[in-house]
Design a protein around this ligand. Structure first.
Ligand SMILES: Cc1ncc(COP(=O)(O)O)c(C=O)c1O
Length: 460
Protein backbone atom coordinates (compact mmCIF):
# COMPACT_ATOMS: atom_id res chain seq x y z
CA UNK A 1 0.00 0.00 0.00
CA UNK A 2 1.31 3.51 -0.88
CA UNK A 3 2.24 5.64 2.13
CA UNK A 4 0.36 8.92 1.73
CA UNK A 5 1.76 12.21 3.03
CA UNK A 6 -1.53 13.91 3.84
CA UNK A 7 -2.45 12.85 7.42
CA UNK A 8 -6.16 12.67 6.71
CA UNK A 9 -5.64 10.71 3.50
CA UNK A 10 -3.70 8.22 5.65
CA UNK A 11 -6.58 8.08 8.09
CA UNK A 12 -9.05 7.56 5.23
CA UNK A 13 -6.90 4.73 3.91
CA UNK A 14 -6.83 3.02 7.32
CA UNK A 15 -10.56 3.60 7.70
CA UNK A 16 -11.25 1.89 4.41
CA UNK A 17 -8.94 -1.02 5.30
CA UNK A 18 -10.74 -1.42 8.64
CA UNK A 19 -14.13 -1.34 6.90
CA UNK A 20 -13.00 -3.98 4.38
CA UNK A 21 -11.68 -6.26 7.13
CA UNK A 22 -14.94 -5.80 9.02
CA UNK A 23 -16.87 -6.73 5.91
CA UNK A 24 -14.80 -9.92 5.45
CA UNK A 25 -15.34 -10.79 9.12
CA UNK A 26 -19.12 -10.41 8.90
CA UNK A 27 -19.35 -12.33 5.60
CA UNK A 28 -17.75 -15.37 7.24
CA UNK A 29 -19.51 -15.17 10.60
CA UNK A 30 -22.76 -17.07 9.95
CA UNK A 31 -20.96 -20.37 9.34
CA UNK A 32 -18.30 -19.92 11.99
CA UNK A 33 -17.85 -21.80 15.24
CA UNK A 34 -19.68 -19.52 17.72
CA UNK A 35 -17.09 -19.86 20.44
CA UNK A 36 -13.77 -17.99 20.31
CA UNK A 37 -10.57 -19.65 19.15
CA UNK A 38 -8.00 -18.27 21.57
CA UNK A 39 -4.91 -19.87 20.03
CA UNK A 40 -3.76 -16.57 18.54
CA UNK A 41 -3.97 -14.49 21.72
CA UNK A 42 -0.21 -14.73 22.45
CA UNK A 43 0.41 -13.00 19.09
CA UNK A 44 -1.41 -9.96 20.54
CA UNK A 45 0.37 -10.04 23.90
CA UNK A 46 3.69 -8.63 22.69
CA UNK A 47 6.16 -6.10 24.06
CA UNK A 48 5.43 -2.52 23.03
CA UNK A 49 7.80 -1.97 20.08
CA UNK A 50 10.33 0.83 20.11
CA UNK A 51 9.24 1.93 16.64
CA UNK A 52 5.58 2.05 15.72
CA UNK A 53 4.06 -0.14 13.02
CA UNK A 54 2.17 1.11 9.99
CA UNK A 55 -1.60 1.22 10.38
CA UNK A 56 -1.82 -1.43 7.64
CA UNK A 57 0.31 -3.78 9.74
CA UNK A 58 -1.57 -2.92 12.93
CA UNK A 59 -4.95 -3.67 11.35
CA UNK A 60 -3.65 -6.80 9.72
CA UNK A 61 -2.39 -8.13 13.09
CA UNK A 62 -5.72 -7.29 14.73
CA UNK A 63 -7.54 -9.12 11.97
CA UNK A 64 -5.40 -12.26 11.86
CA UNK A 65 -4.75 -12.68 15.57
CA UNK A 66 -7.78 -10.90 16.99
CA UNK A 67 -10.81 -11.89 14.95
CA UNK A 68 -10.62 -15.67 15.62
CA UNK A 69 -10.57 -14.79 19.33
CA UNK A 70 -13.99 -13.14 19.18
CA UNK A 71 -17.15 -14.93 20.24
CA UNK A 72 -19.59 -14.64 17.32
CA UNK A 73 -22.06 -12.48 19.25
CA UNK A 74 -22.83 -10.51 16.08
CA UNK A 75 -24.27 -13.62 14.38
CA UNK A 76 -27.53 -15.45 15.06
CA UNK A 77 -26.48 -18.44 17.20
CA UNK A 78 -25.39 -16.53 20.27
CA UNK A 79 -27.89 -16.82 23.15
CA UNK A 80 -25.80 -15.79 26.17
CA UNK A 81 -26.53 -12.96 28.61
CA UNK A 82 -28.79 -10.45 26.78
CA UNK A 83 -26.30 -9.36 24.21
CA UNK A 84 -28.21 -8.67 20.98
CA UNK A 85 -26.35 -7.96 17.77
CA UNK A 86 -25.98 -4.72 15.86
CA UNK A 87 -28.52 -3.80 13.20
CA UNK A 88 -26.97 -3.09 9.79
CA UNK A 89 -27.78 0.65 9.76
CA UNK A 90 -26.51 1.04 13.34
CA UNK A 91 -23.33 -0.84 12.58
CA UNK A 92 -22.75 1.21 9.42
CA UNK A 93 -23.46 4.39 11.37
CA UNK A 94 -20.83 3.37 13.92
CA UNK A 95 -18.29 3.02 11.13
CA UNK A 96 -19.19 6.44 9.73
CA UNK A 97 -19.23 8.04 13.17
CA UNK A 98 -15.81 6.66 13.92
CA UNK A 99 -14.54 8.82 11.04
CA UNK A 100 -16.32 11.84 12.50
CA UNK A 101 -14.97 11.12 16.02
CA UNK A 102 -17.46 13.46 17.68
CA UNK A 103 -17.81 14.03 21.39
CA UNK A 104 -21.39 14.15 22.70
CA UNK A 105 -21.46 17.89 23.21
CA UNK A 106 -23.55 20.51 21.42
CA UNK A 107 -20.49 22.78 21.01
CA UNK A 108 -18.35 20.23 19.23
CA UNK A 109 -20.92 17.93 17.66
CA UNK A 110 -24.22 19.67 16.81
CA UNK A 111 -25.41 16.99 14.39
CA UNK A 112 -24.67 14.03 16.66
CA UNK A 113 -26.36 15.83 19.53
CA UNK A 114 -29.39 16.41 17.33
CA UNK A 115 -29.54 12.68 16.57
CA UNK A 116 -29.17 11.80 20.27
CA UNK A 117 -31.90 14.23 21.26
CA UNK A 118 -34.23 12.92 18.57
CA UNK A 119 -33.51 9.31 19.57
CA UNK A 120 -34.27 10.12 23.25
CA UNK A 121 -37.54 11.76 22.18
CA UNK A 122 -38.49 8.76 20.02
CA UNK A 123 -37.77 6.35 22.88
CA UNK A 124 -39.78 8.36 25.42
CA UNK A 125 -42.65 8.30 22.94
CA UNK A 126 -42.27 4.58 22.11
CA UNK A 127 -42.28 3.71 25.82
CA UNK A 128 -45.23 6.02 26.41
CA UNK A 129 -43.54 7.83 29.29
CA UNK A 130 -44.80 11.13 30.73
CA UNK A 131 -44.36 14.20 28.54
CA UNK A 132 -41.98 15.91 30.99
CA UNK A 133 -39.51 12.97 30.86
CA UNK A 134 -35.96 13.74 29.74
CA UNK A 135 -32.91 11.57 29.53
CA UNK A 136 -29.46 11.00 28.16
CA UNK A 137 -27.23 8.20 26.93
CA UNK A 138 -24.75 6.36 29.14
CA UNK A 139 -22.37 3.47 28.49
CA UNK A 140 -25.03 1.00 29.62
CA UNK A 141 -27.71 0.17 32.15
CA UNK A 142 -25.26 -0.04 35.03
CA UNK A 143 -24.22 3.58 34.58
CA UNK A 144 -27.82 4.62 33.90
CA UNK A 145 -28.94 2.92 37.13
CA UNK A 146 -26.19 4.69 39.03
CA UNK A 147 -27.15 8.06 37.54
CA UNK A 148 -30.79 7.70 38.50
CA UNK A 149 -30.17 6.21 41.93
CA UNK A 150 -27.88 9.14 42.73
CA UNK A 151 -30.66 11.47 41.54
CA UNK A 152 -33.22 9.62 43.68
CA UNK A 153 -30.94 9.74 46.73
CA UNK A 154 -30.28 13.49 46.37
CA UNK A 155 -33.92 14.31 45.67
CA UNK A 156 -35.30 12.43 48.66
CA UNK A 157 -32.63 13.87 50.95
CA UNK A 158 -33.40 17.39 49.68
CA UNK A 159 -37.11 16.78 50.29
CA UNK A 160 -36.18 15.78 53.85
CA UNK A 161 -34.39 19.13 54.24
CA UNK A 162 -30.81 17.94 53.69
CA UNK A 163 -29.02 20.20 51.17
CA UNK A 164 -27.56 18.43 48.09
CA UNK A 165 -24.14 20.00 48.50
CA UNK A 166 -23.63 18.20 51.82
CA UNK A 167 -23.58 14.75 50.25
CA UNK A 168 -24.15 11.90 52.67
CA UNK A 169 -22.38 13.60 55.58
CA UNK A 170 -24.90 14.10 58.35
CA UNK A 171 -27.75 12.98 56.09
CA UNK A 172 -30.96 11.54 57.47
CA UNK A 173 -31.41 7.77 57.12
CA UNK A 174 -32.75 6.44 53.85
CA UNK A 175 -34.34 3.11 53.02
CA UNK A 176 -33.83 1.04 49.88
CA UNK A 177 -36.49 -1.53 49.01
CA UNK A 178 -35.74 -4.00 46.21
CA UNK A 179 -36.88 -7.24 44.69
CA UNK A 180 -35.07 -10.32 45.99
CA UNK A 181 -34.06 -10.88 42.35
CA UNK A 182 -32.87 -7.38 41.51
CA UNK A 183 -29.99 -7.34 39.02
CA UNK A 184 -26.45 -7.43 40.39
CA UNK A 185 -25.56 -4.16 38.66
CA UNK A 186 -28.22 -2.33 40.68
CA UNK A 187 -26.53 -3.59 43.84
CA UNK A 188 -23.23 -2.32 42.52
CA UNK A 189 -24.79 1.06 41.71
CA UNK A 190 -26.06 1.30 45.29
CA UNK A 191 -22.56 0.61 46.58
CA UNK A 192 -21.09 3.23 44.27
CA UNK A 193 -23.48 5.96 45.42
CA UNK A 194 -22.75 5.31 49.08
CA UNK A 195 -26.01 3.59 50.06
CA UNK A 196 -24.43 0.14 50.31
CA UNK A 197 -25.98 -3.10 49.22
CA UNK A 198 -26.31 -4.75 52.64
CA UNK A 199 -29.01 -2.41 53.93
CA UNK A 200 -31.64 -3.28 51.33
CA UNK A 201 -35.05 -4.44 52.47
CA UNK A 202 -35.59 -7.40 50.14
CA UNK A 203 -39.09 -8.17 48.88
CA UNK A 204 -39.75 -11.83 48.04
CA UNK A 205 -40.53 -12.89 44.47
CA UNK A 206 -43.16 -15.27 43.09
CA UNK A 207 -42.62 -18.42 41.03
CA UNK A 208 -41.96 -16.29 37.92
CA UNK A 209 -39.33 -14.09 39.57
CA UNK A 210 -41.68 -11.07 39.99
CA UNK A 211 -41.58 -8.95 43.12
CA UNK A 212 -44.64 -9.70 45.31
CA UNK A 213 -46.40 -6.34 45.61
CA UNK A 214 -48.40 -7.56 48.63
CA UNK A 215 -45.15 -8.20 50.53
CA UNK A 216 -43.83 -4.63 50.22
CA UNK A 217 -42.87 -3.22 53.63
CA UNK A 218 -44.64 -0.06 54.81
CA UNK A 219 -43.17 2.74 52.68
CA UNK A 220 -42.37 6.33 53.58
CA UNK A 221 -40.81 9.39 51.96
CA UNK A 222 -37.26 8.17 52.68
CA UNK A 223 -37.68 5.09 50.45
CA UNK A 224 -36.21 4.30 47.05
CA UNK A 225 -38.09 1.33 45.60
CA UNK A 226 -36.21 -0.66 42.96
CA UNK A 227 -38.17 -2.74 40.49
CA UNK A 228 -37.26 -4.47 37.28
CA UNK A 229 -38.94 -4.81 33.92
CA UNK A 230 -37.38 -8.04 32.73
CA UNK A 231 -36.02 -10.67 35.12
CA UNK A 232 -32.68 -11.74 33.71
CA UNK A 233 -33.58 -15.46 33.92
CA UNK A 234 -37.31 -15.56 33.18
CA UNK A 235 -37.94 -12.20 31.50
CA UNK A 236 -40.83 -11.57 33.95
CA UNK A 237 -41.90 -8.03 34.81
CA UNK A 238 -42.49 -6.77 38.35
CA UNK A 239 -46.13 -5.64 38.96
CA UNK A 240 -45.25 -1.99 38.56
CA UNK A 241 -48.80 -0.65 38.61
CA UNK A 242 -49.51 -1.83 42.15
CA UNK A 243 -46.05 -0.95 43.43
CA UNK A 244 -46.32 2.54 41.87
CA UNK A 245 -49.57 3.23 43.72
CA UNK A 246 -47.94 2.31 47.05
CA UNK A 247 -44.95 4.53 46.25
CA UNK A 248 -47.07 7.50 45.24
CA UNK A 249 -49.15 7.25 48.42
CA UNK A 250 -45.98 7.26 50.58
CA UNK A 251 -43.94 9.81 48.59
CA UNK A 252 -41.31 7.14 47.81
CA UNK A 253 -39.18 7.18 44.64
CA UNK A 254 -39.95 4.36 42.21
CA UNK A 255 -37.15 3.27 39.87
CA UNK A 256 -37.50 0.72 37.07
CA UNK A 257 -34.49 -1.16 35.72
CA UNK A 258 -35.69 -2.22 32.29
CA UNK A 259 -32.30 -2.82 30.69
CA UNK A 260 -33.66 -5.26 28.12
CA UNK A 261 -37.34 -5.66 29.07
CA UNK A 262 -38.53 -2.07 28.90
CA UNK A 263 -38.72 -2.49 25.11
CA UNK A 264 -41.81 -4.69 25.65
CA UNK A 265 -43.68 -1.46 26.34
CA UNK A 266 -43.19 -0.47 22.67
CA UNK A 267 -45.12 -3.56 21.51
CA UNK A 268 -48.95 -3.55 21.83
CA UNK A 269 -49.13 -7.36 22.34
CA UNK A 270 -46.70 -7.22 25.29
CA UNK A 271 -47.37 -3.88 26.87
CA UNK A 272 -50.02 -5.08 29.37
CA UNK A 273 -47.31 -6.55 31.58
CA UNK A 274 -45.97 -3.02 31.99
CA UNK A 275 -49.20 -1.27 32.95
CA UNK A 276 -48.51 1.66 35.24
CA UNK A 277 -44.93 2.07 34.04
CA UNK A 278 -45.58 5.77 33.43
CA UNK A 279 -46.16 6.28 37.17
CA UNK A 280 -42.50 5.61 38.02
CA UNK A 281 -39.97 8.36 38.71
CA UNK A 282 -37.07 6.95 36.71
CA UNK A 283 -36.37 4.28 34.11
CA UNK A 284 -33.33 2.57 32.63
CA UNK A 285 -33.19 0.94 29.24
CA UNK A 286 -30.34 -0.29 27.06
CA UNK A 287 -30.25 0.30 23.33
CA UNK A 288 -27.41 -2.20 23.04
CA UNK A 289 -29.59 -5.10 24.20
CA UNK A 290 -33.08 -5.62 22.73
CA UNK A 291 -32.87 -2.74 20.25
CA UNK A 292 -29.68 -4.20 18.74
CA UNK A 293 -27.70 -0.96 18.70
CA UNK A 294 -23.93 -1.46 19.10
CA UNK A 295 -22.21 -1.11 22.49
CA UNK A 296 -22.11 1.13 24.58
CA UNK A 297 -25.61 2.44 24.64
CA UNK A 298 -27.75 2.77 27.75
CA UNK A 299 -30.31 5.41 28.62
CA UNK A 300 -31.18 7.12 31.89
CA UNK A 301 -34.70 8.54 31.75
CA UNK A 302 -36.32 10.63 34.48
CA UNK A 303 -39.68 12.31 34.97
CA UNK A 304 -37.93 14.96 37.12
CA UNK A 305 -35.25 16.31 34.75
CA UNK A 306 -34.67 19.30 37.03
CA UNK A 307 -33.66 16.87 39.82
CA UNK A 308 -31.39 14.95 37.45
CA UNK A 309 -29.72 18.22 36.49
CA UNK A 310 -29.39 19.26 40.11
CA UNK A 311 -27.49 16.02 40.81
CA UNK A 312 -25.44 15.77 37.62
CA UNK A 313 -24.81 19.33 36.36
CA UNK A 314 -21.20 20.38 35.92
CA UNK A 315 -19.70 23.82 35.45
CA UNK A 316 -16.30 25.42 35.02
CA UNK A 317 -15.15 28.93 34.10
CA UNK A 318 -14.02 27.78 30.66
CA UNK A 319 -17.26 25.93 29.85
CA UNK A 320 -19.88 27.84 27.93
CA UNK A 321 -23.44 26.77 28.77
CA UNK A 322 -24.69 24.46 26.00
CA UNK A 323 -28.07 23.06 25.23
CA UNK A 324 -28.46 20.13 25.07
CA UNK A 325 -25.75 19.20 27.51
CA UNK A 326 -25.65 15.47 28.32
CA UNK A 327 -22.83 16.08 30.79
CA UNK A 328 -25.46 17.89 32.92
CA UNK A 329 -27.66 14.78 33.01
CA UNK A 330 -25.16 11.92 33.42
CA UNK A 331 -21.78 11.41 35.11
CA UNK A 332 -19.59 11.39 31.98
CA UNK A 333 -17.94 14.57 30.72
CA UNK A 334 -16.46 13.29 27.44
CA UNK A 335 -18.00 10.36 25.65
CA UNK A 336 -18.69 9.08 22.17
CA UNK A 337 -21.96 10.27 20.66
CA UNK A 338 -23.34 6.76 20.69
CA UNK A 339 -26.96 7.94 20.65
CA UNK A 340 -26.53 8.59 16.93
CA UNK A 341 -26.19 4.82 16.41
CA UNK A 342 -29.43 4.26 18.32
CA UNK A 343 -30.97 6.91 16.07
CA UNK A 344 -29.80 4.89 13.04
CA UNK A 345 -31.14 1.64 14.55
CA UNK A 346 -34.59 3.13 15.18
CA UNK A 347 -34.75 4.94 11.86
CA UNK A 348 -33.90 1.75 9.99
CA UNK A 349 -36.60 -0.22 11.83
CA UNK A 350 -39.44 2.25 12.05
CA UNK A 351 -42.28 1.45 14.43
CA UNK A 352 -43.32 -1.61 12.47
CA UNK A 353 -39.82 -3.04 12.20
CA UNK A 354 -39.25 -2.56 15.94
CA UNK A 355 -42.55 -4.27 16.71
CA UNK A 356 -41.73 -7.18 14.38
CA UNK A 357 -38.22 -7.63 15.73
CA UNK A 358 -39.34 -7.72 19.37
CA UNK A 359 -42.34 -9.94 18.66
CA UNK A 360 -39.94 -12.17 16.72
CA UNK A 361 -37.79 -12.57 19.87
CA UNK A 362 -40.88 -13.41 21.87
CA UNK A 363 -42.27 -15.95 19.42
CA UNK A 364 -38.91 -17.63 18.92
CA UNK A 365 -38.42 -17.83 22.71
CA UNK A 366 -41.93 -19.31 23.04
CA UNK A 367 -41.20 -21.93 20.38
CA UNK A 368 -37.83 -22.72 21.95
CA UNK A 369 -39.39 -23.29 25.38
CA UNK A 370 -42.12 -25.52 23.92
CA UNK A 371 -39.62 -27.59 21.92
CA UNK A 372 -37.33 -28.11 24.92
CA UNK A 373 -40.26 -29.09 27.16
CA UNK A 374 -41.26 -31.57 24.46
CA UNK A 375 -37.71 -32.99 24.59
CA UNK A 376 -38.02 -33.61 28.33
CA UNK A 377 -36.44 -30.42 29.68
CA UNK A 378 -38.18 -28.23 32.26
CA UNK A 379 -38.83 -24.53 31.67
CA UNK A 380 -40.20 -23.57 35.10
CA UNK A 381 -41.75 -20.27 34.05
CA UNK A 382 -44.05 -18.76 31.43
CA UNK A 383 -42.34 -17.11 28.50
CA UNK A 384 -42.92 -13.48 29.36
CA UNK A 385 -40.56 -11.91 26.89
CA UNK A 386 -37.35 -13.26 25.33
CA UNK A 387 -35.59 -15.13 28.16
CA UNK A 388 -35.86 -18.89 28.73
CA UNK A 389 -34.46 -20.62 31.81
CA UNK A 390 -34.06 -24.36 31.28
CA UNK A 391 -33.38 -27.17 33.72
CA UNK A 392 -33.74 -30.95 33.85
CA UNK A 393 -36.43 -32.47 36.09
CA UNK A 394 -34.30 -35.11 37.83
CA UNK A 395 -30.73 -34.21 36.97
CA UNK A 396 -30.34 -30.41 37.13
CA UNK A 397 -26.68 -30.94 38.00
CA UNK A 398 -26.09 -32.04 34.38
CA UNK A 399 -27.05 -28.62 33.02
CA UNK A 400 -23.57 -27.15 33.46
CA UNK A 401 -22.07 -30.06 31.49
CA UNK A 402 -24.70 -29.65 28.74
CA UNK A 403 -23.88 -25.94 28.54
CA UNK A 404 -20.16 -26.68 28.24
CA UNK A 405 -20.80 -29.37 25.62
CA UNK A 406 -22.79 -26.97 23.40
CA UNK A 407 -20.20 -24.23 23.82
CA UNK A 408 -17.45 -26.66 22.77
CA UNK A 409 -19.46 -27.86 19.78
CA UNK A 410 -19.46 -24.32 18.39
CA UNK A 411 -23.08 -24.74 17.33
CA UNK A 412 -24.38 -22.11 19.76
CA UNK A 413 -23.38 -20.23 22.91
CA UNK A 414 -25.34 -19.72 26.13
CA UNK A 415 -24.43 -19.71 29.79
CA UNK A 416 -25.15 -21.83 32.85
CA UNK A 417 -27.20 -20.20 35.61
CA UNK A 418 -28.90 -20.83 38.92
CA UNK A 419 -32.43 -19.45 39.34
CA UNK A 420 -34.44 -19.80 42.56
CA UNK A 421 -31.96 -22.49 43.72
CA UNK A 422 -32.36 -24.56 40.53
CA UNK A 423 -29.30 -25.24 38.38
CA UNK A 424 -29.90 -24.80 34.69
CA UNK A 425 -28.98 -22.69 31.69
CA UNK A 426 -30.31 -19.46 30.34
CA UNK A 427 -31.20 -18.71 26.73
CA UNK A 428 -31.72 -15.17 25.52
CA UNK A 429 -33.32 -14.61 22.13
CA UNK A 430 -32.24 -11.06 21.53
CA UNK A 431 -30.40 -10.78 18.23
CA UNK A 432 -31.96 -9.40 15.06
CA UNK A 433 -29.73 -11.89 13.21
CA UNK A 434 -31.29 -15.02 14.78
CA UNK A 435 -33.35 -16.95 12.25
CA UNK A 436 -35.82 -19.79 12.74
CA UNK A 437 -33.13 -22.11 11.37
CA UNK A 438 -30.77 -20.88 14.13
CA UNK A 439 -33.39 -21.80 16.72
CA UNK A 440 -33.71 -25.26 15.18
CA UNK A 441 -29.94 -25.67 15.32
CA UNK A 442 -29.93 -24.57 18.94
CA UNK A 443 -32.60 -27.11 19.91
CA UNK A 444 -30.75 -29.90 18.09
CA UNK A 445 -27.46 -28.91 19.74
CA UNK A 446 -29.01 -28.92 23.24
CA UNK A 447 -30.68 -32.31 22.78
CA UNK A 448 -27.50 -33.81 21.33
CA UNK A 449 -25.41 -32.39 24.19
CA UNK A 450 -27.86 -33.81 26.77
CA UNK A 451 -27.59 -37.25 25.13
CA UNK A 452 -23.79 -37.07 25.04
CA UNK A 453 -23.62 -36.02 28.67
CA UNK A 454 -26.04 -38.78 29.71
CA UNK A 455 -24.03 -41.43 27.81
CA UNK A 456 -20.75 -40.32 29.35
CA UNK A 457 -22.37 -40.35 32.80
CA UNK A 458 -23.69 -43.89 32.22
CA UNK A 459 -20.29 -45.11 30.97
CA UNK A 460 -18.56 -43.53 33.96
C1 LIG B 1 -31.93 -6.25 34.24
C2 LIG B 1 -30.55 -5.74 33.94
N1 LIG B 1 -30.12 -4.61 34.52
C3 LIG B 1 -28.90 -4.11 34.30
C4 LIG B 1 -28.02 -4.75 33.45
C5 LIG B 1 -26.66 -4.17 33.21
O1 LIG B 1 -26.61 -3.64 31.91
P1 LIG B 1 -25.26 -3.12 31.25
O2 LIG B 1 -24.46 -4.35 30.99
O3 LIG B 1 -25.71 -2.44 29.99
O4 LIG B 1 -24.58 -2.19 32.18
C6 LIG B 1 -28.41 -5.94 32.84
C7 LIG B 1 -27.47 -6.68 31.98
O5 LIG B 1 -27.77 -7.74 31.48
C8 LIG B 1 -29.72 -6.44 33.07
O6 LIG B 1 -30.15 -7.55 32.46
Amino acid sequence: MTILSDPLARQAQAFSQGAKLGEDYLQALSDRHVNADTAQLPALDIALPQQGHSSTDVLSLIQTAGSPGTVATAAGRYFGYVIGGALPAASGARALLSAWDQCANADTGPSVMQMEQTAVRWIIDLLNLPAQTEGAFTTGATMANMTLLATARDTLLARMGHPRGKGLLGAPAMRVIASAEIHATVLKSLRLIGLGSDNIERVPTDDQGRMCADKLPKLDASCIVLTQAGNVCTGAFDPIDEIADACQAAGAWLHVDGAFGLWARAVPELTDALTGLEKADSWVVDAHKTLNAPYDSGLALCRHPEEMRASMAIGAAYLPPTDPSPADLTPEFSRAARGAETYAALLSLGREGLNDMIMGFHSKATRLAAALRHEGFTVPHEVHFNQVFVTLPDTPDLCAAITAEVQTSGEAWFGAAVWQSQSGFRLSVSSWATTDADIDRLITAIVKARDTVLISKTVA
